[in-house]
Design a protein around this ligand. Sequence first.
Ligand code: 5GP
Length: 198
Amino acid sequence: MKGILFVLSGPSGTGKGTVCDELIKRGCGVSLSVSMTTRECREGETPGVTYHYVTKDEFKRNIENGEMLEYAQYGENYYGTPRSSVEEKLSEGMDVLLEIEPQGALQVKRKFPEAVLVFLVPPSMSELKRRLITRGREGEDEIDKRIETARWELTQAEKYNVHIVNDTLDECVDRVIEYFDEKRAERKKIEELINEKV
Ligand code: 5GP
């Protein structure tokens, strides 16, 4: 049986990265796809593990050669999912997780309607703003822009399979794992019905 392509997405500051780290720590049975990016490697990150770091020219070559499953420009940089490793794992029956921003998530939905898209929802817009301020990566103008983008991204939420609020990290991760298990059980049931001899 082919693996399931899970996508974890949502507005900047909702906690996608933290939820994803926790999912991997708990060993929830998914293989995390390593994205490609043109941004600089930050302290504490490992090339080939956190991201594949490439130049803009290399990234564009990958797009032209049809090697990206999805990609998006985010700020000054490009981010994208290399197609071959994801397709290989899925065909081996492994479930794959993409942690990506919403433009990319909707591309995946168009190309792979069978992918399962999880939209991580902030508990409130004021909490989202507080988280963006607390992580301290963006200035005030950029934070205001991200809040406006988040409002637009929320209008797209109905295109996702499920919405999960990231209020308390542990509860959110529990819910994501429970949802992954529900989807696995559904797929297994369908597969059994298809193969049932009558
Ligand atoms: P950061 O620079 O903080 O690691 O990531 C910035 C944003 O890029 C985050 O919202 C992250 O989810 C998103 N991102 C990381 N990898 C990918 C990818 O492969 N494709 C897309 N579309 N977004 C990505």
